[in-house]
Write a protein that binds this ligand. Structure first.
Ligand SMILES: [Zn+2]
Length: 351
């Protein structure tokens, strides 16, 4: 931490006890007895619930300096140990600097390590949904990478920060007038991208999304679960949104095909390409509009066109009809307040 102190943060899971956290901070049984008998208020520590949080601050000699107890549904309690005496103070409920934090250090996987840190599955899923727009959870995370969640008393964090070996991604909650809480970068934008419609310049849509149609090459009725853009061979094909290359392949039906992941829910497919963009490989991050290949007629195709698919949670959707949510922004009249709060969190964390 920035001030050189040693902060240990704990979140209560079912079955946890206060003394477990106290001992894991390296503090003694004698000190615990002293604390618990110092005031009636201390008995509150015997009555903790999942979601409650503790921050134990040690000084440079690893002696106890302070304990902040933040119950999920009550005002935080500060316990200071000074001149061998305990002092108890209720902390004003206003969360100016009164954040609590949970640190998740990646050892196995986000799911595993978040659970270990006492994070509820629902919150972990939300982290994945947000960060997947920038992080490929199947290949980008390294042991020792950190996620820091900050809490101001609500059930979902007020900030989520990824601190990796190469980069930091900080997201801050903002609740709009419709009471929707979303996460934004310090610039006030959500991480998700707004999808464009057509991945290439095209003359016409030669075949739309259909449940069943006659396939002239295969001479069978089959569904067409994508959109065909008729376009000359060699026309550049662009990513319809920011994403990560899931893989490129040459398949019997699709021919040369690129699969892009966008966040945790969206996948786009670009098939029958004459060739791929130079050097494109799985794991690459692509920006919206980036060149990924060229129109062709590879695989089972009757002529040059781009077969494009939009899948949401694995389900094929009609790209002409379905529009994924757009990127959203903190309203400009709320921006300075939002950025001040974001800054406060970062200062509090020493980031
Ligand atoms: Zn098609």
């Amino acid at each position: 931490m920035a001030d050189g102190k040693h902060d240990l943060n704990f979140k209560v899971s079912r079955g946890d006890t206060f003394y477990k956290f106290f001992f894991s901070a390296g503090l003694s049984g004698n000190l615990l007895t002293k604390l618990m008998t110092s005031s009636k208020t201390a008995q509150r520590l015997n009555n903790i619930f999942p979601g409650d949080k503790f921050r134990i601050t040690l000084d440079d000699n690893h002696d106890l300096e302070k304990i902040i107890f933040s119950p999920i549904n009550s005002i935080p309690l500060s316990i200071t140990y000074e001149n061998k005496k305990f002092r108890f103070d209720r902390i004003n409920a206003q969360p100016t600097g009164g954040f609590t934090h949970t640190l998740i250090t990646i050892n196995k996987s986000l799911n595993y390590d978040a659970k270990k840190a006492g994070i509820e599955a629902e919150v972990t899923k939300m982290m994945v949904d947000n960060f997947s727009w920038e992080i490929d959870f199947s290949r980008d995370l390294r042991r020792g990478d950190k996620f820091i969640l900050s809490w101001d008393g609500e059930k979902t964090p007020c900030s989520m920060i990824y601190v990796g070996g190469k980069r930091t991604i900080a997201l801050f909650a903002y609740t709009n007038s419709l009471d929707e809480k979303k996460y934004f970068t310090s610039k006030g934008a959500t991480l998700n991208d707004t999808f464009g419609f057509a991945p290439a310049k095209y003359d016409r849509i030669s075949s739309g999304f259909q449940k069943s149609r006659y396939h002239p090459t295969l001479r069978v009725y089959r569904s067409h679960r994508g959109t065909d853009f008729a376009s000359p061979s060699g026309t550049p094909v662009h990513a319809t949104a920011k994403g990560i290359v899931k893989y490129t392949a040459t398949l019997t039906g699709y021919g040369n095909v690129v699969y892009l992941k966008h966040g945790s829910e969206y996948l786009t497919v670009y098939a029958h390409l004459s060739k791929f963009a130079k050097g494109l490989k799985s794991g690459d991050k692509v920006s919206k509009g980036q060149l990924i290949g060229y129109v062709g007629s590879t695989g089972q195709s009757t002529g040059p066109h781009l077969h494009y698919e939009l899948r949401i949670n694995g389900v094929h959707k009609d790209a002409e009809k379905v529009k994924p949510p757009k990127q959203s922004f903190v309203p400009s009249n709320k921006m300075s307040e939002f950025q001040a709060r974001a800054k406060q969190v970062l200062i509090d964390l020493g980031i």
